[in-house]
Design a protein around this ligand. Sequence first.
Ligand SMILES: [Mg+2]
Length: 264
Amino acid sequence: MALKDIKCFVLDMDGTIYLGNQLFDYTKEFLATAEQCGIDIWYYTNNSSKNAKFYINKLKKMGIVCEERKMLISNQVIIKHLLEHHQKSRVYVAGTQYLIDDFEEAGINVTDTDCDVVVMGFDTTLTYEKLVKACDFVRYGATLYGVNMDYNCPTETGFIPDCGSICQLVYASTGVSAEFFGKPSKHTADFIFEKTGYDKKSLAIVGDRVYTDIALGAYNGFTSILVLSGESSLEDVKNSDAKPDLIYASLKEISEDLKKIYKL
Ligand SMILES: [Mg+2]
């Protein structure tokens, strides 16, 4: 798929538009160029230790205005699934207060007794007690869900264990593998198309990580654009079965191409 056919970019955030708390110096220029070209911008993050409100605020502090509906997060995808398939369930959530707030706002029955669904988030407040509870419910037959499959989260001081690693621990103890909902799952692809209203020919995911961002497009039949400003390198592309349709050094080079295509 060519850049000229894209009408909507769904942007990953960390490593794509900023690194930690530092907005890339070309991001605003990229956003302005996309707007001039009439290309819609949405955001999607796998980071289930926070919620959409947190990220809208974070962008606001960086001088970027994002409408509430255009900030998508893995939390929303699993919530949709629970509302559709587990309406009467008692749900145990090993997650941060941000995640629990999202679940409670959506009307999900979050509790810690007799649970038939266990949800593991990227829980930066995880305790041994929470792990024991989660594993106990799973051992007694509860369905095990993980919000996002990332093994590590990059920070300014290096990697920290993310939801995928926490679920591996539950697997080691119970023998049960979690089903995941964030990128690159079909749940997330379906959610993005439903929310944005674009089709597979006109939407592209733009991100810095091969096994989540690029795999989302590659596994679900739509365009993925890798930027090399974050985690993944060309070496990672070589070693991955999920291949990006386009590779750019950063968003800066995408805006340069857009300016040529749209003759700006
Ligand atoms: Mg990223």
